[in-house]
Design a protein around this ligand. Structure first.
Ligand code: ZN
Length: 55
């Protein structure tokens, strides 16, 4: 896997799991989990890690 670099501060991006709860109007909900890459240097940058990994 290619090491990714933060475009904001140049720090190392690491893979992390990210979860988001979607609540529907009818009261049901589902939990979406996906992989992201986040900056180790806590600048707040993150990106979707699932895009571009299908090759
Ligand atoms: Zn950063």
């Amino acid at each position: 896997m290619t090491q990714k670099i933060c475009p904001d501060c140049g720090g190392t991006l690491v893979l992390d799991a990210w979860e988001q709860v979607h609540t529907e109007m009818n009261g049901t909900y589902e939990i979406e989990s996906k992989l992201i890459r986040k900056c180790l240097l806590k600048c707040g940058y993150y990106e979707d890690a699932e895009d571009g990994e299908s090759n």
